[in-house]
Design a protein around this ligand. Structure first.
Ligand code: IPE
Ligand code: IPE
Ligand code: MG
Ligand code: MG
Length: 351
């Protein structure tokens, strides 16, 4: 637990945090119930405190990450799920600790991912590997991952151990399958769905599950997990669509999936529309894009001509539809309404 001595040490080590350069939350969060908006703000302070350590360098890296926060979509999922599950007493200490653990795992995964994807930009700024080095990014990611598990132990959330540790394993396996497939270049839709379920959807599912469990509504844990998993599938497909945009809307480079030889849904579909000779030509461009970025636009044009983005959007919307069907069984409430809005936001977002 965070105690007074730790807070004092933390204050010394995180000087300047108060003048952070945090962006606001996505606009859609303004429509969330006040309890959820308040919880998201309280979470920020809790999260910042829980990142402190004895290493000034680590504190510097953590401050850098905290100051450039993301959309906090997973915390929003935890709080909305908790409020929809237990409207009278939704948020306990465990809800905040569980949310911090989830966001730590997510943050670790993107810090590591930028090393793996050799990406120098994140959230509109330099990635940790670009600002420092890859070895510092690897260690900072390890620290965040381990801190998440310590959080679960400190708050005696032993019944959450399984929910929290499964996404960590699945993410590693998902990213590893992705690397294997970027070498063999033979990703099918089925494999693609397996990869994105593991690397993204399971953690968003876990966020929703933790929301239900931490508010004492274990009977809703499975339904909430499934809602989150479907939102997560749509979320990653949309992220992969963004990678085909010419302009950078998300504060991270576009075209990087092709450069890293990641065959995502828009390209999988487009390749299926042409004969094997054309497929080979395009796969050659994908391979060569790692050394010469001019091939990225050839692949992008090919995907657009063959309706890859339209198809991927339709599939993402199907996952949203699945989430909405599951949400419809919940009791009516403002939080349920916000879960509907959040599901729709995932494919409509431009951030
Ligand atoms: C980025 O996740 C990685 C994916 C799973 C696509 P987010 O888009 O949620 O990242 P931040 O936290 O808002 O930057
Ligand atoms: C999602 O994959 C990353 C994780 C779940 C760790 P991406 O590689 O597409 O994520 P971005 O686009 O770099 O955020
Ligand atoms: Mg990446
Ligand atoms: Mg991406």
């Amino acid at each position: 637990m965070i105690d007074i001595i730790q807070i004092r040490t933390m204050k010394e080590n995180t000087k300047g945090l108060e003048s952070g350069i945090n962006k606001g939350f996505p606009d859609i969060y303004n429509s969330f119930p006040k309890e959820v908006r308040d919880a998201l703000n309280r979470f920020e302070a809790f999260f910042r405190k829980s990142l402190s350590s004895d290493s000034p360098l680590l504190n510097e890296v953590m401050r850098y990450i905290f100051d450039r926060r993301g959309k906090r979509i997973r915390p929003a999922c935890v709080f909305l799920s908790a409020l929809a599950s237990a409207p009278s007493k939704p948020f306990t200490d465990k809800t905040f600790a569980g949310t911090a653990a989830i966001e730590m795992v997510h943050t670790a995964s993107i810090v590591h991912d930028d090393v793996v994807d050799r990406s120098d930009q994140r959230r509109g700024n330099k990635s940790v590997n670009a600002e420092w080095t890859s070895r510092i990014a690897v260690l900072a990611g390890d620290y965040l991952m381990a801190k998440a598990l310590v959080m679960i132990t400190e708050y005696q959330m032993f019944d959450f151990m399984n929910v929290m540790s499964r996404p960590i394993v699945e993410m590693s396996v998902g990213e590893m399958i992705q690397i294997e497939k970027s070498i063999s270049l033979d990703t099918t839709e089925e494999i693609y769905f397996e990869i994105i379920r593991k690397k993204t959807a399971v953690l968003i599912g876990a966020s929703m599950e933790i929301g239900a469990k931490s508010s004492g509504a274990s009977h809703l844990a499975e339904t909430m997990y499934c809602i989150g998993e479907n939102i997560g599938m749509a979320f990653q497909i949309k992220d992969d669509i963004f990678d085909y945009e010419k302009t950078n809307l998300l504060g991270k480079p576009t075209g990087n999936d092709v450069v890293e030889n990641k065959i995502t849904l828009p390209l999988i579909y487009a390749l299926k529309q042409v004969d094997s000779k054309r497929q080979k030509e395009i796969l050659k461009c994908v391979k060569h894009s790692s050394t010469d970025r001019k091939h990225v636009s050839t692949v992008r044009d090919f995907v657009l001509e063959n309706n890859g983005l339209t198809y991927a959007t339709t599939v993402a919307e199907k996952y949203v539809e699945k989430a909405l069907n599951l949400i419809s069984v919940l009791d009516d409430s403002p939080a349920k309404q916000s879960l509907i809005s959040l599901s729709l936001y995932v494919t409509k977002r431009n951030e």
